[in-house]
Structures are given as structure tokens and as C-alpha cells.
Design a protein around this ligand. Structure first.
Ligand SMILES: [Fe+2]
Length: 195
């Protein structure tokens, strides 16, 4: 394969949006989703985060957020809600982020905040969410598609590696009705030591 030209390499060096991080979609059947992506396509389920509060509305809501990994570390993500299809959104006129969004990676929380400032200056609405295992800002593009810019936080690798070991047990437990949250660092990325 021909190597990329210096011009291409130089152009990419200046792009602050680094890579695809994940694409998220809603499911009503996580086990069927797991079977398809993991067993058929060979994308391991690397994390099942059980949450008990909706980060948009701040109301009690029990759901799981599962990630299926590709070779470059990016993922497809799916949400399943205990109460079925959940439609309420705090962002008036905008799509519920649990319906569908794409996530792109930036290099730091400072980069997330720089984008926050740019969005505010340009008159776009936004929403910040500290997931604990990553830190994100959400917005809508002019087509109504929800876009998330996200960055790793100090404990991202540690948290993801821990959850990769328990993902299958976590899914099994949640499907059996154990709805306790397992995302101990949610909203706590600021308190994570840099190393
Ligand atoms: Fe996401």
C-alpha cells in the first residue's frame, strides 16, 4: 500500500478531533445485540455500565450502556432501559441522546472546554456530562444529529480494563433484574489523580 504523503500527514497533524470514539444507538434487546456484534462480527463486549440516573434529566432511570470494540479501540455503543423505550429529553426540540449519537475523540478535557467556548460563542446549545470513564460535551449539528466530543480522563484505561473483565456478568445480572449502578466514578473524573 502506498504511504500517505507528507502533505496528508501534515494536514492531519493539525486536526483537533482525533478519531472516531463511538457511535451510540438504542436497543430493546441487549443480549440479541451482544450476540450479533460479539458472536457474529467478533467485536468483544468490553463494558456494561449500569446507571440509575438519567444524565440529561437528572431523574431516576435505570439503564445500561454497553460497548462493543473494534481493533482501533473505537466502539459501537448501545443503551437499553429497564422501563423500555424512554423518550423524555431535557433539551427542548432536540433529539434524545439515547436515541442516536456519534462520539469523536479529542485529546483532553481542556480541548472539550475549548469546544464548549467555541459553541457558546457561535450560539449553539451544549450539554457537558462527566461519565467518570470519559468526559463529554454534546451538541446537535445543523441536521439534528447529536454529536459528542469526548476525552479520556485519568482513570479511563483502569476503569475500562476493570469493566472489560466483568461485562458479561454485568449484563447477565442487569437482565436478571439487578439494577444497582456499577459506575463508581460517574461525575468524579475531576477527583481522579493524573497518575
Ligand atoms: Fe456516547
Amino acid at each position: 500500500m502506498t504511504a500517505e504523503s507528507e502533505e496528508t500527514v501534515a494536514r492531519r497533524k493539525d486536526i483537533k478531533v482525533r478519531q472516531f470514539h463511538h457511535h451510540a444507538f438504542r436497543t430493546n434487546d441487549m443480549e440479541a445485540t451482544r450476540k450479533f456484534y460479539e458472536d457474529v462480527l467478533g467485536m468483544p463486549m468490553i463494558g456494561v455500565f449500569v446507571e440509575t440516573t438519567d444524565p440529561v434529566t437528572e431523574k431516576p432511570s435505570n439503564y445500561i450502556h454497553a460497548f462493543f470494540e473494534m481493533a482501533d479501540g473505537s466502539a459501537l455503543a448501545f443503551f437499553q432501559f429497564q422501563e423500555g423505550l424512554y423518550k423524555e429529553t431535557a433539551i427542548k426540540g432536540n433529539q434524545d441522546p439515547f436515541d442516536h449519537h456519534i462520539a469523536l475523540e479529542v485529546e483532553s478535557k481542556d480541548a472539550v472546554m475549548t469546544y464548549r467556548d467555541k459553541l457558546v460563542a457561535a450560539g449553539y446549545d451544549h450539554m457537558l456530562i462527566d461519565h467518570g470513564y470519559c468526559y463529554s460535551i454534546y451538541m446537535h449539528d445543523p441536521n439534528g444529529m447529536q454529536v459528542e466530543l469526548t476525552t479520556k480522563v485519568p482513570k479511563t484505561v483502569e476503569i475500562m480494563e476493570k469493566h472489560a473483565k466483568t461485562a458479561h456478568a454485568d449484563l447477565e445480572k442487569w437482565l436478571a433484574g439487578v439494577t444497582e449502578a456499577n459506575n463508581e466514578f460517574r461525575r468524579l473524573s475531576d477527583q481522579q489523580p493524573a497518575n
